[in-house]
Design a protein around this ligand. Structure first.
Ligand code: 13P
Length: 250
């Protein structure tokens, strides 16, 4: 058993209104009360405040799904790290493949956002992962190493030990096609090796690495039981109360 505390995060994506979020979190509270894992819900910006209020007195932490890297200013439609911290947000997802694919996120903006997150005391959940074409071309290891290194440029060892890195193969997201536990473990091991290369063994063994991509109630335990997998980033199944409770407590 690893000494790292498991972290199970639900990524709600663009789902649930503030009132739905409040109801969901209140119902989730008793179901995860005895979980040994860190339980996180990454809710839409509009639901953060009600989600935080609903989660009071529980072990559930609220995360944002994105943030801007600038401190403040003329960036219409954007949300800063300070705004999130002020509301009581603890984690922020950075560089999700949907943001890279649809909203122009690059390795460079991901790195800037990781710096900004730490600057505001937020812990980043940094997403990396290959497309099916990249996997088929044998590029997975090289690409994931590059994404990890690029995200961590200028980040200190102390900071990296507080970061979470999520391995999310794009071909497994929302497809129902989960990576096998061996495939997921292989890449999560590569991620830990990359952190070790950059910062040394001590910090590499502290960083938590999640698997994401069609995690479900019936495959979570096997995935999270792998040596280098310290929990999951869960999309679709995190919107269903019983399913997410099962995943969050396994
Ligand atoms: P699914 O669990 O719906 O495949 O989504 C995974 C994901 O993108 C989590 O960030």
């Amino acid at each position: 058993m690893s000494k790292r505390k498991r972290i199970i995060a639900g990524n709600w994506k663009m789902n649930k209104t503030p009132s739905e979020a409040s109801k969901f979190i209140k119902s989730l509270k008793p179901l995860v009360k005895s979980s040994r894992n860190e339980v996180v819900c990454a809710v839409p910006f509009t639901a953060i405040q009600t989600a935080i209020t609903a989660a009071r007195g529980s072990r559930i932490k609220i995360a944002a799904q994105n943030m801007h890297f600038e401190e403040k200013g003329a960036y219409t439609g954007e949300i800063s790290g300070e705004m999130l911290r002020d509301m009581g947000v603890k984690y922020v997802i950075i560089g999700h493949s949907e943001r890279r694919q649809y909203f122009g996120e690059t390795d460079e903006t991901v790195n800037k956002k990781v710096h900004a997150a730490f600057g505001y005391g937020l812990k980043p959940i940094i997403c990396v992962g290959e497309s099916l074409a990249q996997r088929d071309a044998g590029l997975t290891a090289e690409l994931v190493r590059y994404q990890v290194k690029a995200a961590l440029v200028g980040i200190t060892a102390q900071q990296v030990s507080k970061a979470v890195i999520a391995y999310e193969p794009i071909w497994a997201i929302g497809t129902g096609r989960t990576a096998t536990s061996a495939q997921a473990e292989e890449v999560c091991g590569i991620i830990r090796d990359t952190v070790k290369e950059l910062y040394g063994r001590q910090y590499a063994s502290a960083v938590r690495i999640q698997y994401g991509g069609s995690v479900k109630a019936d495959n979570a335990a096997e995935l999270f039981g792998m040596e280098d997998i310290d929990g999951g980033l869960v999309g679709g199944a995190s919107l269903k109360l019983q399913d997410f409770a099962t995943i969050a407590t396994c």
